[in-house]
Each structure stands twice: as C-alpha cells, then as structure tokens.
Design a binder for this molecule. Structure first.
Ligand SMILES: Nc1ncnc2c1ncn2[C@@H]1O[C@H](COP(=O)(O)OP(=O)(O)O)[C@@H](O)[C@H]1O
Ligand SMILES: [Mg+2]
Length: 365
C-alpha cells in the first residue's frame, strides 16, 4: 500500500478575481520524486506556495501527512523549499548556512554539529564547511541550498526550478546528483521545471500543468507515450499530428484515413464511427523511405525531403507531404548507413508501424 504524503482536494486559487489555479486534485506519494511540469506562468510556483503555506487556497483542502493544514503556518508543515536563487547568506560559512535553521530552533550545540556534518557528508561538501558561498561553484552552492533544507528533516522538499540558472553541462550533472540524493534521503521531492527533458529524466511521476490546471499525471513513459490530449502531446516531446476520421472499429483496432489513404490504428480509448480524431506520430516512429526503394506504397504518405539535419547519432529529416504539411522524422544509423544519405527535394514516402500512433479525440486549440 502506498501512503500519500500530500493530498489536494478540489484546490483553487484566485487573486483579485483572477483564477490562477483551478480544480486541482493531486496525490503525492510518500518518498516519490514528483515533478510539476508546465510553461512559465501556468501556476507551478503558486501551487508550491499553497503547499508550503505561504499562501492559502481560495477553495479546497490540502492534507499533509494525513492532516488538514488549513491555517497552519509554514514552519509547522514540515515542508521546506529550495529556491532558484538558493538565497544563501553570503557572510556565513557553509556550516553556518546549513546550521542556521537548527540554531533558530535552539537545538543543543552538539546535536547541531552532528546533524550538519551528517548532511554535508551526504551532499559531498564535508571538506567545504568553512568556505563562504562566493568561494564555491554554482553546483556546490546548489548543494548547500539543498543541505540547508534537508538538515531540518522535512517530510517534503519543494524545489522551485533549482537548476534553471546553471549552464547546460552542470545542469545535467546536478540532475543526476539530485535524483541520487533524493533516493539516498528517502524524502519526497516536489520538483518544478518548465523543461520537459529534465522532467522526464528525473521523475518517478510527472504532473503536466497548463493554464492553472492539471492536464495529466503519470510516469514519464505514460505522459510521453500515452498523452491524454493535444496539450500534453505538444508540450512533451515533438509530435507529428494528422487530422483523421474513424472509418471502422473492431475492438481496439481502428480504421482511419490520413491524407486520403486508409490505415490501421490501435487505441484502448473508445471512439465512435465517423468521429474526427488526431493521429499523433513521434519523429522517432516515423520512417522515411526513398520512393525508388518502395514496391507497395498503398498506405504510405508521399512527399519530398525539405531539410536534412545531421545530429551525430541521428539524422533528422523534415518532409513536405502532398498536402504541404511538414513532418519530422528521426532516422537512426545502422550498419547500412548510406541509407541515410538524402538529397533535398528527393521524393520519399513517410510511414510508421500501425499501432505506434496515438489516437486523440479532435480538439480545436
Ligand atoms: N501575487 C500575485 N498577484 C497576481 N497575480 C499573480 C500573483 N502571483 C502569481 N500571479 C500570476 O499567476 C500566474 C501563475 O504564476 P506562477 O505560479 O508564478 O507560475 P509559474 O511558476 O508556473 O511560472 C501568472 O499568470 C502570474 O502572473
Ligand atoms: Mg515559477
């Protein structure tokens, strides 16, 4: 049985009649790495502020560790936040920065020393205890900020875009470090990012947010491979989207047509005959064949090569289809890699393995 460390029941937040968050229902499992993912302005920080108690919800209830926290001040919630700016005290050493919260709580000196040493060891900063923040690298400052929060032994650690100011390589390293640290500490992390790759690579589960609402909650694999709707599909990864219509239904097997060509598709959702749908195909699932190599093209989509982008491990192709729609395909090298020599303007067919598409009900965005 999994227990929920945090539950949100029908939570909403309005500021001066402006709805910032609406109808939020969410269960955060004890010990998980949960990521709030969504574009800037969708309400991620506001949601963290409701959980930490710096703001109160307009409607709904929040439970932390089984207890309704309505009216409970931040310092009594056992929830700590790591901010993007780290907010370290510049005049204090690493040790003093980490000890600060414990000193405020007037813990015995010896206990403070033990706990700070323990946490500095976990974040691999035991040799840096006497340094000041400006004598540390960006990644080390980040670790001090985390150490300062976890030394209080919170039930939940909230991290609001903590990696967004780091350069690309440090960011990649810190992603792995934070994930390992979370596993080692066993504390629930609620991590915020607008970067979908970061969310997919770090999380046990991802909460996809859009305009103040939750669009989907699932494992990285679920939100990528089975997006709930077009918003999720477009925000996570790249997707080629075709307009189509359901022509036949036999259990999970669907007959659809794409650019006038009949195709088979598969979905565990239910659809009606004649229903308008979107067919979504990820670039890595779209295959491109030179027309001269194809004998039977009855369910393939004709087009011409618009652009060829060499990426080292892959070649990305942009293909202009007969209706002028441009689709993206990622081709992987194999032993026969001259197959990947494409000329601009070359006639090709685009296709994919039936069943590898995602069928979504039609939406007007
Ligand atoms: N104190 C406030 N007063 C008015 N509007 C606010 C306030 N705080 C946030 N907002 C608005 O709420 C929306 C969500 O903001 P925020 O939670 O910071 O989003 P995110 O962290 O996802 O970028 C934004 O449109 C923002 O302008
Ligand atoms: Mg924010």
């Amino acid at each position: 049985m999994t227990t929920n460390i945090i539950e949100l029941h029908d939570v909403s937040k309005s500021i001066h009649d402006h709805v910032i968050l609406h109808d939020l229902n969410l269960e955060v499992r004890n010990g998980e790495f949960l990521t709030l993912l969504g574009p800037s302005g969708c309400g991620k920080t506001t949601l963290l502020r409701l959980i930490s108690g710096f703001e109160n919800p307009t409607t709904g209830k929040i439970f932390i560790n089984g207890k309704n926290v309505d009216g409970l001040p931040p310092h009594k919630r056992h929830v700590h936040t790591v901010f993007q700016s780290y907010a370290l005290f510049p005049h204090m050493t690493v040790f003093e920065n980490v000890a600060f919260g414990l000193r405020c709580r007037k813990l015995p000196k010896a206990e403070i020393a033990t706990r700070v040493a323990e946490v500095l060891k976990i974040v691999k900063l035991e040799k840096f205890a006497q340094r000041k923040p400006d004598q540390l690298s960006g990644g080390q400052q980040q670790r001090v900020a985390v150490a300062r929060a976890v030394v209080n032994r919170p039930l939940v650690l909230l991290l609001d875009e903590p990696l967004s100011s780091l350069d690309y390589r440090l960011r990649k390293t810190m992603q792995i470090e934070l994930k390992q640290l979370q596993r080692k500490l066993g504390i629930t992390f609620i991590f915020v990012t607008h970067d979908q790759e970061e969310a997919l690579s770090m999380s046990d589960r991802v909460v996809v947010m859009h305009e103040g609402g939750i669009e989907q909650v699932g494992t990285p694999r679920q939100v990528y491979e089975q997006p709930q709707n077009l918003t999720v599909a477009n925000f996570i990864g790249e997707a080629n989207i075709f307009d189509s219509e359901i022509l036949s239904i036999e259990g999970k097997q669907l007959g659809v047509n794409i650019l006038g060509k009949p195709r088979n598709a598969k979905s565990s959702r239910s659809f009606e005959l004649g229903q308008k749908v979107h067919i979504l195909v990820r670039p890595e699932d779209l295959r491109v064949w030179k027309q001269v190599d194809v004998d039977d093209s009855k369910d393939m989509l004709p087009g011409t090569v618009e652009e060829v982008i060499y990426k080292g491990t892959t070649v990305d192709l942009m293909v202009r289809l007969s209706n002028n729609q441009i689709v993206a395909a990622t081709e992987f090298f194999d032993e026969d890699d001259d197959k990947l020599e494409y000329a601009i303007g070359e006639p090709v067919f685009a296709t994919w393995v039936p069943g590898w598409e995602v069928v979504l009900p039609h939406e007007t965005l």
